[in-house]
Ligand binder design. Sequence first.
Ligand SMILES: [Zn+2]
Length: 421
Amino acid sequence: MMTSSPLPASTNQRIDGARLWDLLMDLAQIGATPKGGVRRLTLTEVDRRGRERFRTHCEAAGLAVRVDAIGNMFARRPGRDPARLPVLMGSHLDSQPSGGKFDGALGVLAGLEVIRSLNDLAIETAAPIELVNWTDEEGSRFGHSLMGSGVWAGVYPLAKVEALTDAEGISVKQALDGIGFAGPERAAAFPADAYFELHIEQGPILEREGRTIGIVTGAQAQVWYDAVCTGRDSHAGTTPPSMRRDALVGAARVIALVDRLMRARGEDGRGTVGQLVVVPNSRNVVPGEVRFSVEFRHPDDTQIAELARDFPALARAEADAAGVALELTELFRIPAQPFDCGCIDLVRQAAARLGYPAREIVSGAGHDAVYVARHVPTAMIFTPCKDGLSHNEAESILPEEAAAGCQVLFEAVLARANRAL
Ligand SMILES: [Zn+2]
């Protein structure tokens, strides 16, 4: 999907797309699944091997690697001017249990390719450049996504996160120690000039429109709930309608409400019930309890504020109509996070200079960049993925799409690191 536009005069400095692809395929061997995906759960032995491979590559490229207390890895390439703050780039190397080869890995390894290209081209930047591998972006082992960037950004206290346990009762702290990645650095935001994260879109828009680059302008607002409908278990064959207090019927009404509220907000609305636990889950028992998740997302803060205000009462009315109780707990509400105009502009200019078809896009998924953006001017670059599919072993991108994203990352980072102050 790359265009054949001639290179503009402003640059002839190209990253090595084939070398980047080799790096992606090489890392994908670590935790490779039979169906062509990756299982590299955070802070496991497989994650350790991925991290060690990454460290080896960084050191071979002349970078000094530091590790902080939550296992975030920082690899610095010095700049000419020691007074300048570093320009950061990166993403994450952990994956979902049956994840793809590119979610996260693309951003980290493209950053490595940027460094290698700077080295090959003997480019000295004014500001240092620092490549980051954030710990546990996915949240699938300890139930807490954006862990490393969240601790770094001060959103989550380190001690609280260290105490979280996985399904086998192993704590984050034990897991960090177990793979030797509880580093000596303090896990806290340090001053930085900018942060750029390249990531696959994980959605269908770029592919559908034939665009190579997504200029990510920010991330959408979210509100998440835990819900419990409580009725009464009773015999499916003997309980007449007037006596039933069916928790699943109540939950079904709430689920339909979530869908209605989403659709009332047009194509930008998102509303999902993705988890449902029916108790006792027996075919001849009227269910007495149903636990489920609810989440809404929207690019516009006011829409999420409106939902957070109205949804609980509307949901309770649905449960009431089914004769069951509803307990709703708001887990968290994240405001929309706009990215930095200056950083977005560098991405936009790079894509235009290179002649890549591009569009502005709001991130539908959570990313480390969303928390980093609370402290550091931030932008993201999206590249397409086949059928918009991600968190799936079949996740797939084209080598030229990876190269295009990496080239835009290269130009944006280089421009930022050499900007006039
Ligand atoms: Zn990711």
